[in-house]
Design a protein around this ligand. Structure first.
Ligand code: GDG
Length: 472
């Protein structure tokens, strides 16, 4: 029987040491939920790094057994590999280039070697598990070389690659010294997916300009294979966020949060610590709101949750210091003994707390400089089936292509964002509801199940198309 293998850098669980051995911490992320419908089925599996480094064979065996009953298979990586392949190459070359920050890219041969090695480790492990006809769905930019490595080993696999981050213009991608190997790596897949049509076009352009390949519409032709390159905007588990938002516990918690801020209107942002998320620009925009619309002083609070991420990478440490400094400066300059303009938290919260924040917020500010999709804005919308609220969304987030009823802004236009916040704070309730309903329709229809369904159906369609072409 044909099986499906999901592959990602990280498994949807984290293995933690406990007093008696190891325990699993499950991920509540949308991807884990959506793909649950696949890997939880008997015979299917998910392969990835379990979030812990150990070179002890007995410990590895213990972890393997622990994961096995959830259809999860660990790929063990050394600390050095995590530093070079993950932090050094994935997050210091591919991430900044794909997010239009070329000056943050650090090109080191040893990190590139590690990236190749880790992709090869994944390929070897998968090779032991697959048979002809199986489907392999590879997730994200840490594994760009994997499709081709698998294709070389087994021509009869159905291989799909989905990239969760943007794909940049070929003029940027060409800066990467190993750009052609990366492109060829991805092209091992039969189906290549991005969140937006633009990203898919940029990828096709890169294949034309950098590899000199021929294309026909969304089909890229190359030696031995051809790949379909298409857009699949990812959705969320909307029902989960609707359910949470309607639960008495979350409603009560939202009331407590609002009371803690003297019933001020809350402006909310939630991002991982990342320079692509536009956090610095957003603080400047909020400061402009306080300068240009002083009537909002003591009437609003900017609740800013920054989730710790990649703090071993130097650019992230610098960003964290800059945020700390800027928040301190705004609070010191505009605050008073009875009002702190920015409530800033550097923490990870349980999903119930996020839900309470979505419910309590009057405005949700999602203003990345670049974002493949951005799920926070969709979660905010799903949490607003009842009640009111306004979403301010960067036109540079993939989600802006779908959530056209949000207030769309250019995150670098600081005054524009400040005006958008002011307009949102005073927006009539009927307009808020109409905009929310428009977005809700999108978020509910194109949810995570729809995304998984569309993508996997298309992969099967492409495979049977290829088979009928071969038999002709
Ligand atoms: C990448 C792409 C693309 C945040 N804080 C907490 C927490 N979260 C959850 C949110 C949301 C997720 O993390 C963040 O997703 P985003 O889409 O906003 O951003 P990235 O992490 O950069 O994700 C992005 C995504 O992949 C999917 O393809 O949209 O463009 O960059 O779900 O709710 N969850 C919990 N506690 C927190 O404190 N439990």
């Amino acid at each position: 029987m044909r099986k499906t293998i999901i592959v990602s850098n990280r498994l949807p669980v984290k293995v933690l040491r406990s007093a008696t051995g190891f325990i699993l911490q499950t991920s509540e992320g949308g991807l884990a939920t959506g793909l649950g419908s696949i890997y939880n089925q008997a015979g299917n599996i998910w392969i990835g790094w379990p979030g812990i480094c150990t070179e002890d064979a007995a410990e590895q065996e213990q972890i393997r057994l622990l994961l096995q009953e959830f259809n999860l298979i660990p790929v063990f990586l050394t600390k050095e590999a995590i530093e070079r392949f993950y932090e050094g190459f994935s997050n210091e070359v591919i991430w900044p280039i794909c997010h239009y920050h070329p000056s943050y890219a650090v090109y080191k041969e040893e990190n590139w070697s590690s990236y190749q090695q880790v992709n090869t480790i994944f390929a070897r492990q998968i090779q032991q598990l697959v048979v002809a006809g199986d489907e392999v769905w590879i997730h994200d930019y840490q594994l760009m070389l994997l499709p081709e490595l698998l294709r070389q080993q087994n021509d009869l696999l159905s291989i799909a690659y989905f990239q969760h981050i943007p794909f940049p213009s070929h003029e940027l991608f060409r800066l990467i010294p190993w750009r052609n190997q990366l492109l060829r790596g991805i092209l091992g897949a039969d189906l290549i997916g991005f969140h937006t049509y633009d990203d898919s076009r940029y990828f096709i352009d890169a294949c034309v300009h950098l590899l000199d390949l021929k294309t026909r519409k969304n089909l890229v032709k190359h030696v031995g294979n051809s790949s379909y390159v298409e857009a699949y905007p990812m959705g969320i588990d909307n029902k989960k966020f609707e359910r949470l938002a309607a639960s008495p516990q979350v409603i009560a918690r939202a009331a407590v949060i609002k009371a803690a801020f003297n019933e001020s209107q809350l402006i909310l942002s939630i991002d991982r610590l990342d320079y692509s998320k536009g956090i610095i620009e957003r603080i400047h925009a909020y400061e402009q709101l306080l300068i240009q619309y002083p009537q909002y002083k003591k009437k609003v609070v900017y609740y800013m949750l920054v989730v710790p991420s990649r703090d071993a990478v130097s650019q992230y440490k610098i960003l964290k210091d800059e945020i700390d400094r800027l928040v301190g400066s705004v609070n010191a300059r505009y605050g008073s003994s009875d009002w702190t303009p920015i409530a800033y938290f550097y923490n990870t919260y349980p999903i119930e707390e996020l839900s309470a924040l979505y419910v309590a917020a009057s405005v949700c500010l999602v203003t990345p400089i670049r974002d493949g999709m951005n799920l926070v804005c969709k979660e905010f919308i799903a949490s607003k089936r009842h009640g009111k609220g306004v979403l301010i969304l960067s036109e540079l987030a993939g989600s802006a292509k779908e959530l056209i009823d949000a207030i769309l802004v250019n995150p670098c236009e600081i005054n524009g964002v400040a005006h958008a916040i002011a307009n949102s704070l005073s927006m009539p309730e009927e307009e808020q509801r109409a905009r929310l309903d428009g977005s809700l329709e999108n978020v509910s229809t194109y949810n995570i199940d729809h995304w998984v369904q569309q993508f996997t159906t298309r992969l099967r369609e492409i495979k049977s198309l290829q088979q009928s072409e071969m038999s002709r």
